[in-house]
Design a protein around this ligand. Structure first.
Ligand code: PLP
Length: 392
């Protein structure tokens, strides 16, 4: 599709990045091939030398993966995107591509459990010393960035506490310190939030969640400038192989077509569930960035088009949380999120169980916290199911 900047996101989701073969197929083709042939030995040499464009080997180039990357980049408003095997490989690859031995990383305290462990336990093996900062505390970011820092990693809204940070305000602080800002966009996807437009240098997104949206395949995507994505990130991926499979790329490419309409429905349903929970008197807290009671409504309105599909409630104790999970009939008990099917998770005993109790509490993951990832069922059925589980 030429002149992509003219089109609105719903159009880009359906049309961007499509490339038909000589068969003139309408739906994008799935290229299950490990390698690509050369007409002559000389052509092989030219393609390897980048004197001629062409696909080589599926560890780093495949037309189905390219179509997914181009469509995703159009939605994120990025010059380039790189598909990888999972959300964690998107994060790990980005960090490894941009950091050198001894560099300093500043990471938000409220991040996905595996991200926290990666930064806290794996990176120090290369002498990369992390500092953790409360996500929304701009003074703490200013303080932390007085020490020379290479890269800042945040997630907004955060998993599972639904904290947010003002992206453009943070970007100003990060760039004044000469660091790069990487934003995990898994909870919003580009359908609800485009961090690059608010100053981020790169986004890293688990495509396993809302991009697939139907709980089928793993995938991840890194998006940003041509210089970063086609430079150090592609170069690391080509050599180390965290490749997005062509099959998964095809599933995700087709899923992008419905991403804007699915996200709108997710948000409608989550709003209904959050409003119903907020009326109850027996919960310690109900958190949803779309509720009038939400602490940072101004930030949400500034950088998110809708409030997302995640709602949390603090039911007071681990015992009550476990009982509520067991009584829910419609919600699936699983650690995923971003599915057509609504999902309930108890973070303290699952996604965040490998953190120490102290680190967990500092990250806002209380024992009674229950995370709801609202799906595409009729919200009236979801509200009824939650009511019986909480009353039971
Ligand atoms: C799930 C998730 C990840 C990791 O993605 P995978 O595809 O499971 O590897 C990273 N960040 C956030 C915010 C997530 O929710």
């Amino acid at each position: 599709m030429s002149d992509e900047r003219r089109y609105h996101p719903k159009t880009l989701a359906v049309r961007a990045g499509s490339e038909a073969t000589g068969y003139r197929e309408h739906s994008e083709a799935l290229f299950l091939t490990s390698s690509f042939t050369f007409d002559t030995a000389a052509q092989g040499a030219r393609i390897f030398a980048k004197e001629e464009a062409g696909y080589l080997y599926a560890r780093f180039t495949n037309p189905t993966v390219t179509m997914f990357e181009d469509r995703y980049a159009a939605l994120e408003g990025a010059e380039a995107a790189m598909g990888v095997a999972s959300g964690m490989s998107a994060i790990f690859t980005t960090l490894l591509a941009l950091l050198d031995q001894g560099d300093r990383v500043v990471c938000a305290r409220e991040v996905f459990g595996s991200t926290y462990l990666l930064v806290e336990q794996i990176l120090p093996r290369w002498g990369i010393r992390p500092t953790f900062v409360p996500l929304g505390d701009l003074d703490a970011w200013r303080d932390a960035l007085k020490t020379p820092t290479k890269l800042v990693l945040v997630e907004t809204p955060s998993n599972p506490t639904l904290e947010v940070v003002d992206l453009s305000a943070l970007a100003e602080i990060v760039h004044a310190a000469g660091a790069l800002m990487v934003v995990d966009n898994a909870f919003c996807t580009p359908a609800l939030q485009r961090p690059l437009a608010h100053g981020a240098d790169l986004t890293v997104t688990s495509a396993t969640k809302f991009i697939d949206g139907q709980g089928r395949v793993l995938g991840g995507v890194i998006a940003g400038s041509e210089a970063l994505v086609r430079g150090p990130i592609l170069s690391l991926c080509r050599t180390t192989g965290p490749t997005l499979s062509a099959f998964n790329a095809w599933v995700l490419l087709k899923s992008l077509e419905t991403l804007p309409v699915r996200m709108a429905a997710h948000c409608d349903h989550a709003e209904a569930v959050a409003a119903a929970l907020a009326l109850r008197g027996d919960l310690e807290a109900v958190t949803y960035p779309g509720l009038p009671s939400y602490r940072h409504r101004d930030i949400v309105q500034k950088q998110m088009s809708r409030a997302g599909a995640l709602v949390t409630m603090d039911v007071g104790s681990r015992a009550r949380a476990m009982a509520v999970l067991d009584r829910l009939a419609l919600f699936s008990r699983t650690a995923n999120l971003g599915d057509t099917r609504s999902i309930v998770t108890h973070p303290a005993s699952t996604t965040h169980s490998r953190m120490t109790p102290e680190a967990r509490l500092a990250a806002g993951v209380s024992e009674g916290l229950v995370r709801l990832a609202i799906g595409l069922e009729d919200p009236r059925d979801l509200v009824a199911d939650l009511a019986q589980a909480l009353d039971g």
